[in-house]
Design a protein around this ligand. Sequence first.
Ligand SMILES: Nc1nc2c(ncn2[C@@H]2O[C@H](COP(=O)(O)OP(=O)(O)OP(=O)(O)O)[C@@H](O)[C@H]2O)c(=O)[nH]1
Ligand SMILES: [Mg+2]
Length: 461
Amino acid sequence: MADREGAPAAIGENRVGLTDTIAALATPPGRSAVALIRLSGRDALPVAAAVLRPFAAGPARTARRAQAVTGAGEPLDDVLYTVFAAPASYTGEDLVEIGTHGGLLVPGEVLGAVLAAGARLARPGEFTQRALLNGKMDLLQAEAIADLVDATAPAQRRAALRQLDRGLSDRIGALREQVLSLEALVSYDIDFPEEDSGPVPAERVDRAVLDLLAALSRLLGTAAEGERLREGAVAVIAGRPNVGKSSLFNALLGTERAIVTEIPGTTRDAIEAPATCGGFPFRLVDTAGLRESADRMERLGIEVSRRYLAAADIVVLCVESGRDPDPEERAFAAAFGDRLITVRTKSDLESRPRDHRSLPVSAITGSGLAELRAALAQRAFSTLAHRGDVETVVTRERHRSALERARREVERFAEARRSGIDAAVAATHLRAAVTALEDVIGLVTSDDVLDRVFGSFCVGK
Ligand SMILES: Nc1nc2c(ncn2[C@@H]2O[C@H](COP(=O)(O)OP(=O)(O)OP(=O)(O)O)[C@@H](O)[C@H]2O)c(=O)[nH]1
Ligand SMILES: [Mg+2]
C-alpha cells in the first residue's frame, strides 16, 4: 500500500467543528430489546459523566452498568456503557457507547439528556467522517462501511468486507506506486535532456507504460459488474399478455407482490422489487404484456415496459410452454443478444420439452426456479460468479471515473513522449494520474466529495 504520511492531518486542516462533541442513536428507532447511543469528541467523557451515575472513564473497553439521568437527576434507564479512549476508538476521538433499553421512548430520552449535557446531534456519517479525518480509515473503507450496512445480498457483503479490508485501497495504492516509479524513470530524461540515450533506455519506459495501462484496464474491467453489484442488476420480465410474467415474478420473490388473473392485460404498470438470486442482488421488474392495444391505460403500461427494457441488465423473455416463439418474439429476443434469458412458462402443462435453448419454469410447482436464479446470477455477474471471492472490484462511479482519468493521463503521457514533447511537460500527465488515484483512496479529498460520500450515510454511523 502507498504511504499515507501526512494525509490525515492534511485532510483535516481548516475544517471547523471537527472535535466538538457529537451524539446520535446508532440503532434504528422502534421497539427492540436494546438501543445504542454513540457519543464522540473532545468532551465525550465529561458529557457522559453528566448523564451516567456512576461514571468512570477507565479502564477503557469495559462494559459497566450505570443509571442514565436527566440534568435534574430523574432516572431514565439502567444502561451499559463502554468508554473507548482516544485514539483507540472508531472515530479516533474519545468515544462512549451507551446501550439503553430499546423502544420508542427511552433511547430518545437518554439521547436528549446527552444533548442537554453539551453534545450536539451528529450529521449523517459524521462518526465515520471523523474516523477518516483522524486516519483510522481511508475513503474507500468508509464507503465500504456504508455498503456493508446497505448490503442485501451475500455477494455485496463479501465485496464490502473485502474493500473494508483494504482490498481496493491496496490495489489502487499499488497502481499509484507504479506511476510514481514511472515518474522516477522519466525524471532522468528531465535532468539530462541533452543525452540522446539517457541512463534509462526508452524501451524500459515503454514497457512500464504498457504494464501500467494494462493494470489500470484490468481494474477498470471490473467496474460494470462492480457497480451492478452495489446497485442490484435490473432484470426485467417481459413477454406477451397472460404468459405468466407476474406469477413468475411472485414466485422469484416468494410473495404475492403482483396481481395475477387469467385475464390478459392484468399488469398495467411496472412493479419493481429487490430479490437475491444465487447470492447476488437483483432488482426484479414485472411489466405489462407486450401487444398492440387500443386501451389507453394498457398502451401507457406498455410504454413503461419499453423504458424498463431499455435500461435492463437482463431481460427474461417469457414464452408459454407448448408454443414456439413467433417471429415477433424471435425478433425481440435477437434485439437483446446476451442480455436475454428465454424461459418457457407454465412448464407443468407441458408434456414434453420442445427446445433446449429455453429454460422450463413453473410458477405453480416451482420447478425450474432454482435454475433460473442461477442463470440470472451467472449472466448478470459472470466474472464475479466465476472468480467470486478472489476478485477486487470497483463498485462506484466515483472510483471508475477517477481510474478512467488516470488511464487517460497515462495515455496522454505516452502520446506526448511519442511526439517528442519536452519530457518535463509530458511528465505533468503522470502527476495528474497520481492525483486521480489519490482521489480514489481519499488521500486528498475535497469537501464536496466528502459531503457526497457521507451524505448517503445514516445518522449514527
Ligand atoms: N398451470 C400454470 N398456470 C400458470 C402458471 N403461471 C401463471 N399461470 C396462470 O396464467 C394466467 C396468467 O398469469 P399472470 O401471471 O397474470 O400472467 P401475466 O403474464 O402477468 O399476464 P399480464 O399481466 O396480463 O400480461 C393466470 O391464470 C395464472 O394462474 C404456471 O406456472 N402454471
Ligand atoms: Mg402480469
